[in-house]
Design a protein around this ligand. Sequence first.
Ligand SMILES: *Cc1c(COP(=O)(O)O)cnc(C)c1O
Length: 433
Amino acid sequence: MSNDVHQRSITIGGVSAEELVNTYGTPLYAYDTTVIRNKAHAFIDAFKEEEINFQVAYASKAFSTVAMVQLAEQLGLSLDVVSGGELYTAKKAGFPMEKVHFHGNNKSLKEIKEAIELGIGCFVVDNFHELSLLSSESKRQGKVAPVLLRVTPGVEAHTHAYISTGQEDSKFGFDLQAGQAKRAAVEVLEDDSLHLLGLHCHIGSQIFETDGFIEAIDVLYSHLQNWKQTLSYEAEVVNTGGGFGIRYTEDDQPLDPSVFVKTIVKAVKDASERLGMAIPEIWIEPGRSIVGEAGSTIYTIGSEKVIENVRHYLSVDGGMSDNIRPALYDAKYDAALAHQATPDNEQVTYAIAGKACESGDMLIDAITLPKAKSGDLLIVYSTGAYGYSMASNYNRLAKPAVVFAEGGKHQLVVKRETYEDLVKNDLSLQSLD
Ligand SMILES: *Cc1c(COP(=O)(O)O)cnc(C)c1O
C-alpha cells in the first residue's frame, strides 16, 4: 500500500487499485496479505526470542472467512472464535481444532456441544452458567474440557469507553475482587470433566500503552499467589488478551507488536519468579493488529453536494453497511484517491458520506484531497478489522467482495453478494387461514 502523492496510482499488494476494481468492481475490500504475514511474524518472533512457550491466537471476529482462517494456520497462529458460526468457519477451513479457543459470554448448549465434539483446545469460560453447561456436556460426551477462566482484573485500558472490557462493571468474565473467580476455580478443580489451564483477561481494544497489561498481570498474580497458598494451584497458561492498537490515521501512534510481547513476557516472568511459580505458557489474542492495517476499502465516488461555506459532500457506493465503525464508535479513517493528481492540483476538504438512508452514515467528517469527481476511486485505509465482519445488508445493500493481493497477484476470497443472495431466505406470503 502506498499513498505517495507523487505516485500515479495506488497499489495494494503490488496490484493497482484500478486493476482490482476492473476485475472485481466496487465497493471492494482489498487486503495486502504481506501486511498480515508481517504482523503475525512480529508477534510470533518476539515470543521466540524470549524462549518461552506461547500461543498467538488470532481473534477471528476481526475478520473471519475461510481463506483468512487458512492464512492464519499457515502463519502458525492459533484461533479465537466467539460463536458457532466462527467455529464452523474454522472447521470449513480445515483449521486444527486443538488450536481453537472458544470465547463469549453466552455460549449456547448447542455451541458448547459442537465445540466439545470437535475437540477444541480451550474454552474461555465466562460465567457460572457456562461452567455448568460445559461440565454436564463434557461428562455426557465422556471428555475433559480444557478451561481458561476469563476474569475482570479491574483495569481499564486507556481507550474508547465502548470498547473497554477489563473494568469490574463488565458483562464479561468472573469478578476477581469479590471472589467469583476463585469460586469458579474451585468448581473447575473439583470437576473431573474439566481441566483448569489458567486465567484469561482482555482489558480493551485499540490500546497504545503497555501499562494496562502490566497492571492486569499484577492483579492476576496477586490472586494466583492466593490460589497457590490456599488451593495448591498454579496456572499452566496466562492469557492477556488482545487489543493492540493500530494506525487508522496520523493521530494514532501504535507500538510495535514486539514491545507489547516483551512487556507481557517480562511481567509474567518477574511475577512468577517473585512468587516461586513455574513460568506459565503465555497466550495473546491480537485481532485488529493482525488484519486492520492490511485491509482497505475501495469505493467509487458518485454524487457530490456543495453547501457553500458549510460542507462539501462526496458520496460513495458503500458506507455504514460495509463499515459501521464511524457510526458506532465515532471511528476515524484516512483515505486517498486512487488516481493521485499532480501535486499542484487544487485541494478540497470533503465530507465522505455513505449511501445508506441515515444522516449518520458518514465515513469521514473532513478530509483534504485533490479535487475529485464522480467516477473517481476512493480508498479508505485500515478497514481490515471489523469491516467485513461487522457488515450488514441494511438498505438491502449487497456485501462487497473481498480480495487478497500480494506480490502483484490477486485472488478473490469472498464473492460479492448478489440480489438473489439478499432474498434467498425470504419466503412468499401465504394465507394464514
Ligand atoms: C475482541 C477481542 C480480542 C481482539 O481484540 P482486538 O482489539 O481486535 O485485538 C481478543 N480477545 C478477546 C477476548 C476479545 O473479545
